[in-house]
Design a protein around this ligand. Structure first.
Ligand SMILES: [Zn+2]
Ligand SMILES: [Zn+2]
Length: 365
């Protein structure tokens, strides 16, 4: 192992990443030093580089990542087992204390008062190995760490610790019932995991709405029973189709993962009595939405948000994809992989939007 390693630093909107070497500190066995195998570019990384949300600069971005334990550690995995050098692992996107008001009283460790979020730390003195776009990442105590089953490929596993865990935790919060008619707004990574999970959990129909045909094609491979492209189908026409498909009962469940402000208003229109809406897409400030609140009241609707997920959801995500990997091409959702020195090209590729995920392999030359 080397004394220093490369990390890609974000310096602000419109500026190229700087790939520089930083010293590695391995003396602290209260942390885990991890050699990053693969890191994928999440939609929220794109919000950051386009200035839709701000981070301290310079910032070590990247929170969807997996790697190998690279030094002896006292930390244990989420099930209490010791961790050994060479173990291939995934981890929760944040570390929490387990003792504060939000951790203990509210069971929201993802909102810990001392939360440390990977891929979001920065500043001249604080940046270090805290993000996935680097050869190494240093994991803190209070991180939920899971060993990756040997059957799973790196590409199948890398988006689990943000996209998949968030979707599974959110759907668990609103509940999925066998026979539900569900709508997914947005066919990105979260929408695709959702389509697959809803179908596998007995939903009668899984209707997926997006503006991009290429993404809707993925959704169809991952369990969508109907897809609607809003570039050539009006919102009203989708509403009519929802009525027909649901025998005029309206949808039971709408999952918003688009971040588009009209989505909640449409969700309220499309839901039937007692309907549930889970919203996950508004992860940037100032997302003002308007909706017909009378429908929320008179249809007895539930609107539920969720952010960062409870760390236990990552264990569920690993189990889900391990169980379903023979039925769905999860591996193909990573459409391109770039070496760390080409991280600018990787972000450009991700911004085109035609690939579900673009990854960076920090060990690739
Ligand atoms: Zn993310
Ligand atoms: Zn806490």
């Amino acid at each position: 192992m080397h004394n220093s390693a490369r990390v890609a630093l974000f310096h602000g909107v419109g500026q190229p990443f700087e790939v520089s070497r930083q010293p590695i500190v391995t003396s602290n066995e209260a942390n885990v030093l991890v050699r990053v195998k693969l890191a994928s570019i999440c939609g929220s990384d794109l919000h950051t580089i386009t200035g839709r949300r701000s981070v301290p600069l310079p910032c070590a971005l990247g929170h969807e990542a997996i790697g190998m334990v690279a030094a002896p550690t006292q930390l244990r995995d989420a099930y209490g087992n010791s961790l050994n050098e060479g173990d291939r692992i995934t981890w929760s996107i944040a570390a929490s204390c387990g003792r504060c008001y939000n951790c203990d009283n509210k069971n929201l460790p993802q909102k810990c008062e001392g939360l440390f979020k990977y891929g979001h730390a920065g500043g001249e003195t604080n940046v270090g190995f805290s993000g996935g776009f680097a050869e190494y990442i240093q994991l803190q105590p209070g991180t939920a760490i899971y060993r990756i089953p040997s059957a799973l490929t790196d590409r199948e596993t890398v988006p689990l610790n943000c996209a998949c865990a968030t979707v599974l935790d959110g759907l668990d919060a609103v509940g999925v019932k066998s026979g539900d008619n569900a709508i997914v707004q947005g066919a990105g990574m979260l929408g695709i995991y959702a389509a697959c999970y809803l179908r596998e959990n007995g939903c009668e129909s899984v209707m997926v709405v997006d503006y991009r045909e290429d993404r809707l094609k993925y959704a169809a491979r991952f369990g969508a029973t109907q897809t609607f492209n809003l570039t050539d189908t009006s919102v009203d026409d989708v509403g009519h189709a929802v009525q027909q498909i649901t025998n005029h009962h309206g949808a039971d469940l709408v999952l918003e993962v688009s971040g588009v402000s009209a989505a909640l208003s449409n969700a309220v229109d499309w839901l039937g009595f007692g309907g549930r809406c889970l919203t996950l897409g508004f992860v940037y400030p100032g997302a003002d939405v308007s909706l017909d609140a009378q429908q929320v009241v008179t249809k007895c609707l539930t609107i539920r948000g969720l952010h960062n997920y409870h760390p236990s959801a990552l264990g569920e995500a690993v189990r889900f994809v391990e169980e379903k990997r023979d039925r769905y091409p999860f591996d193909a959702l990573i459409g391109a992989t770039y070496p760390l020195v080409e991280i600018d090209a990787a972000f450009e590729r991700a911004q085109r939007g035609d690939l579900i995920r673009v990854a960076v392999d920090p060990q690739m030359e």
